[in-house]
Design a protein around this ligand. Structure first.
Ligand code: FES
Length: 102
């Protein structure tokens, strides 16, 4: 069973309306801040492996910088292509750190 692992410190969280990319155990992780709500997603886009953590936020979704597919920050589902789903990890901010179950 997966355990919560540290993604970043609370001070490194992206600003509201922004995303950030972190590398955790060699994996690219996308952290999204939608209206102050933090989501942690697999940083590898399910379309063609673009860098979601270098994307942007639009209407509650993380938008991939490569081909523009968007993924709901909470469910990971793409509104344009519901068969495309980014993995979203359970996460928590506590004791000054963002942690997620990868
Ligand atoms: S690789 Fe992300 S939209 Fe194509």
């Amino acid at each position: 069973m997966s355990q919560f692992v540290r993604i970043c410190s609370q001070t490194e969280l992206p600003a509201t309306g922004a995303v950030a990319e972190f590398t955790v155990d060699g994996r690219a992780i996308c952290v999204a801040n939608v209206g102050g709500s933090i989501s942690v997603l697999n940083g590898v886009c399910p379309h063609e492996e673009g860098p979601l953590g270098e994307g942007s936020i639009e209407e509650g979704c993380v938008v991939c910088p490569w081909h523009g597919y968007s993924f709901d920050a909470k469910t990971g589902i793409s509104p344009e292509e519901p068969d495309l789903k980014a993995q979203v990890y359970e996460s928590v901010v506590e004791s000054g750190e963002l942690r997620a179950k990868l």
